[in-house]
Design a protein around this ligand. Structure first.
Ligand code: M6R
Length: 357
């Protein structure tokens, strides 16, 4: 039930700090280490390469998951769009592990891949919000995202929950491999949950950004580099699906290879700047589009902010920025859809779970 909330989407956005804390509780040992089934730990250790298969928002979580597993556990990962994988199968490594990320656990495109790779005898793990679901039942192992039912068609809390679980999977794999971490993941996820709370309390500012940038525009660009690029993909999907504004997520450096031709007077460009090693470059890209008339909005993070930034996020660990950066993008999309009288929870042409190929 949505209680006093006008929409499930807003309720589900607000639930994210609780969801992250809940996941930490579920997967935490008393000594502060990460608890996962031994079978999953072994499967991750035995794999020479991980193949993440997903669709939509879960695919975007997979892109972040690749970075987390490669950086934290030093294991190579590929991420594939489920509907493309079977028809364009890459050369597989000798001992692959397949991870299926799916909120619903029912997405037909993923099931097609699962059936095929099982036939070939490869181990499979499903990360899902619905443990009794088809993908969960049919895979060898399951990790539950514990986000609670997600009703709005636009996925919000399931996405951040997926990234939190992928973090813990990466950390657990690192410990199995004897890799020492220079940060405490449980503590850092706690900091993320508090930062999410702060951002959820900034609704008025975010509603104003939606008004200033998106009230009448036919299109919008999200630009970022490194981890911020993946969140831009998610931010643009969110905006498209609920407000019907044509939106594109772009790698900052790629703009000048063609897309910058689309920038006109007043075109909104929302830039994310939470990555220290590319802070100057993304700001350079903002100047490039501003010089061509774009209406630019910069969302940065404490320690990297500059005068004129529209929103400064609380500082979180550099591996975990995607979990907090997405919150303002979810809220901006929500308010843009609301101002445009769109059906926020049930956008046109979409179903909550896509059970046909
Ligand atoms: O249930 P799944 O995670 O497998 O669903 C995948 C996509 O259909 C889903 O994420 C979709 O993109 C959402 N509507 C995005 O908000």
């Amino acid at each position: 039930e949505k209680g006093t909330y006008p929409h499930f989407m807003l309720k589900e956005i607000d639930e994210q700090p609780f969801v992250i804390r809940n996941i930490v509780q579920k997967y935490r040992n008393d000594d502060g280490s990460v608890r996962l089934d031994d079978s999953i730990r072994q499967a991750m250790s035995a794999a020479d390469r991980v193949y993440i298969i997903a669709a939509g928002t879960s695919y975007h979580a997979g892109l972040v998951g690749k970075q987390l597993i490669e950086k934290i556990a030093q294991k190579p990962v590929e991420v594939h769009i489920a509907s493309e994988f079977l028809y364009n199968m890459p050369l597989l490594s000798e001992n692959p592990l397949f991870i299926f990320i799916s909120q619903s656990g029912e997405t037909a495109d993923l099931r097609g891949v699962l059936v095929e790779v099982k036939e070939q005898g490869y181990p499979t793990l499903t990360i899902t919000n619905v443990p009794g679901s088809t993908l969960s039942r049919e895979a060898d192992f399951t990790l539950h995202t514990y986000a609670g039912p997600e009703i709005a068609v636009a996925s919000t809390k399931a996405y951040t929950a997926q990234m939190a679980v992928l973090t813990l999977l990466a950390v657990n794999t690192a410990s199995a491999r004897g890799i020492e971490l220079d940060f405490d993941p449980i503590q850092e996820l706690g900091i993320v949950a508090s930062a999410m709370e702060t951002l959820c309390d900034q609704k008025e500012e975010l509603e104003q950004i939606a008004r200033d940038y998106l009230a009448t525009t036919p299109n919008c660009f999200f630009i970022g580099r490194a981890a911020d690029y993946f969140v831009c993909l998610e931010g643009s999907l969110k905006l498209k699906e609920i407000s019907y504004i044509q939106a594109e997520g772009f790698a900052g450096g790629e703009l000048k290879h063609g897309t910058i031709a689309l920038i006109e007077d007043g075109t909104p460009v929302i830039a994310i700047a939470t990555q220290s090693h590319v802070n100057l470059s993304i700001r350079g890209n903002v100047k490039e589009v501003a010089a061509r008339g774009a209406n630019t909005c910069i969302i940065s993070m404490e320690g990297l902010e500059q005068e004129g930034d529209s929103l400064v996020l609380p500082k979180v660990h550099e591996y975990l920025t995607s979990l907090t950066t997405v919150i303002p993008l979810q809220l901006i999309s929500y308010y843009a859809a609301l101002h445009r009288d769109c059906d926020v929870d049930k956008p046109r042409n979409l179903a909550k779970s896509v059970t046909v190929e």
